[in-house]
Design a protein around this ligand. Structure first.
Ligand SMILES: [Zn+2]
Length: 99
């Protein structure tokens, strides 16, 4: 099989090189950049509605928070490294401290 013409092999190589770059960016933080870790998370709310017969409309009645903010799945750094697990982000800032 000709590896160079195999799209799956090309994709696999691309993924491997992206992963290697990602691992390198985590392990070797830019010494001149600021490193601050953050992530985005969501909170769910239960919203209840009442039927307003005069207007023939649903009216929002109550909004109740149903859970606490969850741990973000992936974290990013202000230096531009994204998509880190909590452990990867820990390694990243720890490496930045020791540079
Ligand atoms: Zn960083």
């Amino acid at each position: 099989m000709d590896d160079e013409r195999d799209p799956e092999a090309t994709l696999r190589e691309w993924k491997e090189s992206m992963q290697a770059e990602h691992a390198d960016a985590i392990a070797n933080p830019d010494p001149d950049a600021e490193h601050a870790i953050e992530g985005v998370t969501q909170v769910s709310y239960r919203v209840s509605f009442a039927y307003d017969a005069d207007a023939g409309e649903l009216r929002r009645e109550t909004v109740e928070q149903v859970d606490d903010p969850a741990e973000p799945d992936l974290l990013s750094c202000s230096c531009g490294v994204r998509g880190m697990t909590r452990e990867e982000a820990r390694e990243h800032v720890a490496a930045a401290r020791t540079e």
